[in-house]
Design a protein. Structure first.
Length: 457
């Protein structure tokens, strides 16, 4: 048997920006990610293109659909996952009653109506294979099998998803005395089983992929599972998770509906800010049918090591949780919540049910956002301007402060291709701030992000 791998691999070094240049207050560093990709000459020098052509090409590019051939993922997926509920993240314990109670809560608390449609199991449900090789659920956790839970979830108006692994075993034993079989050697069989159960979302991890001394290739295994899922004839959303080691944003779009871009997101600011930085330059890759997955949202709490109903053990401040959601929204990441949503706190309601923010993430132009510019503040590189184009000609902008102090950040409207008078709406306070000429300035607290919708006046 291959040596089991731990759940989280060695951190992949984050791609860094070129050496930062300080900018004058009226001249931010222009970093239009999609333009940079679309217009380069043979020497790699960005061509000087007009804003009108830029906007036209955004519309043309948004009409292209990635070739995973299942008709899913037209906008980033939204839902919930078991990862951090009923205990500290990664314990990998779940059970049928928990899943049903979450479905009940999400129907009642407004999450379903807000667009959170998937209810997903992580590495916590499987147990063994029977004599025919069919994967079997843990009977102590799911005494009536997976189909029973699928039917319950679907009756509430949700879609059901589950986890598997590309290798011999999954990443975690989930507090059980034996290792859990992965899908290696059973891709078609497992895909068929999932389809028969009514599964509509599959996450495939990348642990234990060294088979008898030979390392599997994600560029072979993931397309194989993608093909197996499509051959079932059922539309099944396919999410891949090899932690961004092979730059999946560059090649995964024909095979999957979303792909993890980095290592596991933890419920602390160091992890959250690292995820944001890692994804700053990846906006040009995702689009309709295939999305960057920044990993789970921890919004509100990660659960406590000793689970106590109704007790929360948050690892970040309220401001950091708002920033987490803000940047996942602007980046058009999957919005899969991993915290306990059965008794939403006021903070969780404020963040997770923010209709205007969700509309930005789900905007039908189907374009991702990224870092557009830096603003010159005393903590070099900490004051950032992120943005995402919208289908109505507007622009969503996040003014993000990764520094240790509060800073004023100025947005020069030319950064998003606007000139003259612009209307500004605050998407956290749901307030129209008025019209501004040429630029807009606001104060952003440490580890904070203020999000606005800009519209030509």
């Amino acid at each position: 048997n291959p040596t089991p791998q731990i759940r989280e691999p060695t951190e992949r070094s984050t791609a860094t920006e070129p050496v930062l240049q300080r900018t004058l207050p009226h001249l931010p560093i222009m970093r239009f990610m999609s333009l940079t990709a679309l217009f380069r000459n043979q020497d790699g020098v960005m061509q000087q293109m007009g804003v009108l052509l830029f906007s036209l090409l955004l519309v043309i590019q948004s009409s292209c659909i990635f070739a995973s051939n299942n008709g899913l993922g037209l906008t980033p997926p939204m839902g919930w996952n078991t990862w951090c509920t009923d205990g500290e993240c990664g314990r990998d314990v779940c059970k049928a009653d928990e899943i049903k109670s979450v479905a009940d809560a999400m129907e009642a608390n407004g999450m379903r109506a807000a667009g959170y449609e998937y209810i997903n199991l992580d590495d916590c449900w499987a147990d063994h294979r029977d004599e025919d090789g069919t994967i079997v659920a843990d009977s102590t956790r799911f005494p009536n099998g997976i189909s029973d839970v699928v039917q319950y979830v679907k009756a509430k108006g949700f879609k059901f998803g589950l986890y598997t692994d590309a290798g011999m075993y999954t990443c975690s034993q989930g507090l059980r005395p034996h290792r859990i079989p992965g899908s290696y050697g059973h891709y078609s069989q497992d895909a068929k089983t999932y389809a028969e159960w009514g599964v509509e979302y599959v996450k495939m991890d990348w642990c234990n992929t060294n088979i008898n001394g030979t390392q599997l290739d994600p560029k072979v295994q993931y397309p194989e599972m993608s093909k197996a899922l499509n051959h079932t004839g059922k539309p099944i959303f396919f999410n891949t998770c090899e932690w961004g080691k092979e730059n999946p944003w560059e090649w995964m779009a024909p095979y999957a509906n979303s792909w993890r871009t980095g290592s596991d997101h933890k419920d602390d600011w160091k992890s959250t800010s690292s995820v944001i930085e890692h994804n700053a330059g990846l906006a040009k890759y995702p689009g309709r049918g295939g999305w960057n997955d920044w990993d789970f949202l921890m919004t509100g709490d990660q659960g406590c090591l000793v689970p106590i109903p109704g007790k929360f053990c948050p690892g970040q401040t309220d401001a950091e949780y708002r920033t987490e959601f803000s940047m996942w929204v602007i980046g058009s990441s999957s919005l899969i919540v991993a915290s306990d949503v059965r008794n939403l706190t006021s903070l969780q309601k404020e963040i997770l049910l923010n209709k205007e923010m969700i509309e930005i993430n789900q905007d039908k132009i189907a374009r991702a956002g990224g870092r557009l510019a830096y603003w010159d503040c005393s903590e070099i590189g900490s004051c950032q301007i992120w943005g995402k184009p919208l289908h109505d000609g507007g622009y969503a902008v996040a003014l993000y402060n990764n520094g240790t102090r509060t800073h004023s950040i100025t947005l020069d409207f030319t950064v998003v291709g606007f000139t003259g008078t612009v209307s500004v709406r605050d998407l956290w306070t749901h307030t129209n701030l008025g019209t501004f000429t040429d630029k807009f300035t606001t104060s952003v607290q440490s580890h904070g992000a203020e999000v606005f919708k800009l519209t030509k006046a």
